[in-house]
Design a binder for this molecule. Sequence first.
Ligand code: SF4
Length: 308
Amino acid sequence: MRFIYGPVPSRRLGLSLGVDLVPKKTCSYDCIYCQLGRTTNKTIQRDIYIPDQPIIREIEEYLDHMKTPVDYITFSGSGEPTLHSRIGSIIGEIKGMTSIPVAVITNGSLLFMDEVKGDLSQADLVIPSLDAVSRTIYETINRPEESLEIDQVIQGMVDFRAQFRGQIWVEVLYCRGVNDDPSEITKMKTVVEKINPTRIQLNTVYRPPAEDFASPLTEERLKEIQEDFGSKASIIAPYRGDNFLGAKGVVETRIINALNRRPLTAEDMAEMLGLHPQEIIKHLKSLLDGNTIRYRLHGRKTFYEIAS
Ligand code: SF4
């Protein structure tokens, strides 16, 4: 499978089958906290980055042989999925194949384009991120493609909310000393009220970031912000998943596939693969010895990633 991955335990979507529509790392942003590293192709040019038929075939094949029910089919992965100009028809094809809800995790930067709003109209859930509402903070944290303006991005989200029938969960990721100033939080509250999402999800730097200076907020500070945002707001908590591994013989392949997407802790992988952490550590040791993976320390946790 080249374009789909998982199912992976998602911090907000339960078990999620991921669909990757753009090559790593194609994005309109270059966020300082990005777990995929720095953006190598920063663009707002929509294109058929990957032909859609092979993507559809992989999804079809997965659904035909699905052993583990998934909660969502989720567009996310190696960059910004709305940059794929056929995302609308791909969502349409999926809706014709299955009743599993479709989610799109997006940075929301292209929602000012009418064709993007139209393309996402068939999704069940759209999760746009909005980390800043002031221009300088937006440019510092998201490092957007040069033509993007935060006011236009916000208006795109407001307009999309007005016409979209599904759920919208706005995610705000906080980096210490960057976008957590009380005045920015007050402005953010006003903007989020205007967007009127179904939920507000607060996040912080949990995985190794693109830039070492992107630091997490303490749990206490995030809770204070949550209280400020009111009853729609929640803090995204690490997932506690069930066992969904098939054959044990594929453990190392599953680990490699998962790490190809993002860095994970041994605990993440234990939950994801439904194995005891000691069993995972045994496989990790073998992959470390073979220089297939490496580890990085971040926030007092050890994250494993593919050795480049
Ligand atoms: S976090 Fe998302 S929006 Fe930001 S650079 Fe990474 S892929 Fe792009």
